[in-house]
Ligand binder design. Structure first.
Ligand code: THU
Length: 161
């Protein structure tokens, strides 16, 4: 028997970060600040990520490239590694992700790559807590998802291991 099924994803969209509630705005601003520490001489695409932990700490990460392209780190995984190193038992409530580029201004919400989606998912599994995903570009819309599962609907569930 064949069925046509569909996934439905619910998310919130704000027209601009100016409309965000204060706590979200704070985290988006932190992610924007993190783009200044990005090392991206090869792509000129500066990504910033900011984690908001359950205890109120904000942890930043940015993409760190390398002449050996594949070993470059994405901003999201840099931030998650920092959190796992300095606050490994503290759960993560939210991650804000943004990007800027001098060549092509980023005017739509920056979306995490597949590897980072899987890594954020793993952090949700580790802490048994959803991580809110807040995406934005240099300007323009901000999207908020309740969990990385919304961006990774057919996930490999680490709880089965
Ligand atoms: N990048 C991130 O930091 N996060 C993502 O989710 C997508 C891509 C980085 C990798 C590389 O340094 C640059 O953006 C261009 O792809």
């Amino acid at each position: 028997m064949k069925e046509n099924l569909k996934f439905e994803i619910n998310y919130i969209a704000y027209k601009s970060s100016d409309e965000l509630p204060e706590n979200y705005k704070l985290l988006v601003d932190a992610a924007k600040k993190a783009t200044n520490d990005s090392y991206a001489p090869y792509s000129n695409f500066n990504v910033g990520a900011a984690l908001f932990l359950n205890d109120g700490q904000i942890i930043l990460g940015s993409n760190q490239e390398n002449a050996s392209y594949p070993i470059g780190f994405c901003a999201e995984r840099t931030a998650l590694s920092a959190a796992a190193s300095i606050a490994s038992h503290t759960k993560i409530k939210a991650i804000a992700i943004t990007a800027k580029s001098l060549k092509n201004p980023v005017l739509t919400p920056a979306a995490p790559c597949g590897i980072c989606r899987q890594t954020i998912f793993e952090a949700e599994c580790k802490h048994h807590q959803n991580i809110e995903i807040i995406l934005t570009g240099e300007s323009g819309a901000v999207y908020i998802f309740k969990s990385i599962k919304d961006l990774l609907p057919l996930h490999f569930d680490a709880d089965f291991l």
